[in-house]
Design a protein around this ligand. Sequence first.
Ligand code: MG
Length: 223
Amino acid sequence: MKLEIPGISGPVTPGKVLCIGRNYAAHAAEMESAVPEEPMIFLKPSSALTGSGSVVAIPSRSRDVHHEVELVCCIGKNGKNISREAALDHVVAYAVGLDLTARDIQGEAKRKGHPWSVSKGFDTFAPIGGFKESALVGDPSDINIKLYVNDELRQYGNTGSMIFDIPTLVSFCSEIFTLEPGDLIYTGTPEGVGPIRVGDTLRATADELPELVVTVSGQDRDE
Ligand code: MG
């Protein structure tokens, strides 16, 4: 999926969709997981991306797909070993996204010590809303992010509660990966994650950012 991102010329397919795990203490607690000592990174394939207005599919391999609403930042220029001080200069735009997770598959992977790629990487498992240019977004460490399922508020957090803030995440990720224009960072979810079901409408908001709305379908099953 190609994305239209203000500040980047032409539609772009993100080369990397980086995701941060356990970046809010209350979410780590609800998962009965320890708070990490440094940012915990995993990746999703860009084929998982899908835009607002689309349909997300619960794969036949899973019976327990969870929503995780997250602030997403988009990188605007190349960078390696970016300092914390320079980090926000590399963020060209923000969006609200969902890190959909097959919790049953993830749980089995955790038990076996296997990677999370399958549980996080199915098609449509990375819904993303429209982008807003970072220069027009206020303080990224004070954004309220919410998720409604069928108009019921299920998740509500503020990016000020992140364990590792956005400058830290950009700087840390850039020590490992060269960050390139169009790369996305899903910055972690606050508490309140839970299952989605066929027929649900998911609506994610992040203050003044464009809303993200998707509906849920089943795949290869009758429900
Ligand atoms: Mg997540």
